[in-house]
Design a protein around this ligand. Structure first.
Ligand SMILES: [Zn+2]
Length: 318
């Protein structure tokens, strides 16, 4: 059945109202307004980082909008009714999957049944469970244990770009030539980025290549570049460690001579600072991973990664 746009939007808003009520969250609701980028028949990506990859492929040929605002965490985001309006206009919805957007997956799939095609970028990639030792015995579903942060490995980002290319060409065949040219250029930039990261990490003595982070964003990056991943302060989004878990983190940091505790600006730095103080190390609190930054040069995937890798290498060399 094909619904007109007004009927489609009403159906989705009804679905959103149910979804938002069912969530019943008491935390602060991030406000997302419908931006001027909301255009009939465009692409909606869930996060700013995925949106940047989609824009690099789409160029100016296809309008691209994003849902989670820059500076917000996609793992704790609560969708607003306006998000459904955006989805109701989309021809293609791009999400990461692997448990990142549990707040919206059901909604996105409902939207897809109405109009939009859905591209789940992690589909077809073997996703690792969370590597966090503190994850053992957690009561959430097994799906919540997956580590969704594949995009922070530029090789997986290349796989994402290829999948975006295929989906965009399928949805916008008239723009195929531009999309294919953009894809080739983006894949080359990502390969160049990969080589640069390899060279940067090579400047860090192997004994210092270990990361302990606020949340488990850097697992795939660490695996790709030979960095020991020592887990994270939060064992799942929004869950602070118990006293015993915190003590174990301090012991782990000391035993591995961790050079710095890495965190993101969208989260409180309190726990990272406490862990660094207890372990006798420093805190690096300006890593961007789930969201782009607002500073100059941070509005692209490559810009974000250049900043982060520079901060990581400097932190590991402390
Ligand atoms: Zn994350």
């Amino acid at each position: 059945m094909i619904l007109d746009s007004r009927t489609r939007a009403a159906a989705l808003l009804s679905c959103a109202a149910f979804f938002l009520c069912a969530c019943g969250g008491s935390g602060s609701r991030q406000t997302a307004t419908v931006s001027s980028a909301t255009v009939d028949g465009g692409v909606v990506a869930t996060t700013s980082v995925l949106g940047a990859l989609v824009r690099s492929v789409a160029g100016g040929a296809v309008p691209v909008d994003t849902l989670v605002p820059v500076g917000s965490s996609p793992e704790t985001y609560e969708p607003a009714p306006q998000d459904v309006v955006r989805l109701s206009h989309a021809r293609l919805v791009v999400l990461n999957g692997a448990g990142l957007e549990v707040w919206l997956e059901k909604l996105l799939r409902a939207a897809a049944s109405q109009q939009a095609s859905i591209l789940v970028l992690s589909d077809g990639i073997v996703v690792s469970p969370s590597s966090l030792p503190a994850a053992a015995g957690r009561s959430q579903s097994a799906r919540a244990f997956l580590n969704p942060h594949l995009w922070l490995d530029p090789i997986y980002a290349q796989a994402y770009v290829r999948r975006i290319q295929t989906a965009l060409v399928r949805q916008f065949p008239a723009q195929a030539r531009v999309i294919n040219q953009n894809t080739a250029a983006e894949l080359a930039r990502l390969q160049q980025l990969h080589r640069w990261i390899q060279a940067q990490i090579a400047t860090v003595p192997p004994s210092k290549r270990a990361m302990l982070t606020f949340h488990d964003a850097w697992y795939y990056f660490d695996k790709r570049y030979g960095i020991r991943d020592l887990g994270a302060i939060e064992s799942s989004p929004g869950k602070e460690p118990s006293a015993a878990e915190f003590a174990a983190l301090v012991d782990r940091a000391k035993a591995n001579h961790v050079r710095a505790i890495f965190a993101e600006p969208e989260f409180s730095r309190k726990l990272a600072d406490q862990l660094a103080a207890s372990a006798g190390t420093k805190t690096v609190i300006d890593l961007y991973d789930d969201s782009l930054g607002t500073e100059p040069g941070m509005d692209s995937y490559e810009g974000m990664m250049h900043h982060d890798v520079s901060a990581i290498v400097a932190g590991l060399k402390i």
